[in-house]
Design a protein around this ligand. Structure first.
Ligand SMILES: Cc1ncc(C[n+]2csc(CCOP(=O)(O)OP(=O)(O)O)c2C)c(N)n1
Ligand SMILES: [Mg+2]
Length: 179
């Protein structure tokens, strides 16, 4: 399954959950597949989707889904430790693992030799789901958080345009939806 198909499958199963999406093509693909004021598209640093998602889950009661990448999670592995210790029951971290820095030319990451869900398990996450094919989130959405979802996807980016919203617009629309 390509990352864009995984994103499509995830977005069709979500309702009013808040979504924090990883920088680069994942955000562009989500924006192209389905845009919503419940989406926050990361346009800045790698590694921050899980941390922003955690902060948001702790700050309010709605369910938060963070879509992260293997390269980004590897850049901020400590985030798993913080998430586990903060224990937000309304937080789902979905790792779209293509074993590469897909957005910048598909250079390999170490996700091909290190199993990132085993790391989440070792940290203490109780609810971990692994997918290689169809991303049926029925059980994931019922599970108590923090939940870690490990989805293996194929490398490659969809041919989608850049997001035609200013960063301020994305932030303000998202914050308005939160009120
Ligand atoms: C701190 C930092 N370093 C480098 C970049 C450049 N950059 C943007 S996206 C990306 C690759 C992200 O890889 P991954 O998180 O695995 O997501 P994928 O594109 O593979 O879905 C890189 C290197 C950045 N935005 N921030
Ligand atoms: Mg990747």
């Amino acid at each position: 399954m390509k990352r864009v198909d995984a994103i499509k499958r995830i977005s069709e199963q979500l309702e009013d959950e808040l979504v924090i999406c990883n920088i680069g093509f994942p955000s562009r693909e989500l924006y192209a597949v389905k845009d919503s004021p419940t989406h926050f598209y990361m346009l800045g640093s790698m590694g921050m989707a899980s941390s922003i998602g955690l902060g948001l889950a702790l700050a309010q009661e709605r369910k938060v889904v963070a879509l992260d990448g293997d390269g980004s999670l590897l850049m901020n592995l400590g985030s798993l430790v913080t998430i586990y210790n903060q224990d937000p029951e309304n937080f789902i971290l979905i790792l779209l693992d293509n074993e590469c820095y897909g957005s910048t030319g598909s250079q390999c990451t170490y996700a091909s030799t290190v199993n990132l869900s085993r790391i989440a398990e070792a940290v203490g996450f109780k609810n971990i789901f692994s997918f290689k094919g169809d991303l049926d989130l029925t059980e994931v959405l019922k599970a108590e958080g923090p939940v870690f979802v490990h989805a293996k996807v194929e490398p490659g980016n969809a041919d989608v345009p850049v997001i035609d919203m200013e960063p301020e617009e994305i932030k303000e629309r998202f914050m308005e939806n939160l009120k």
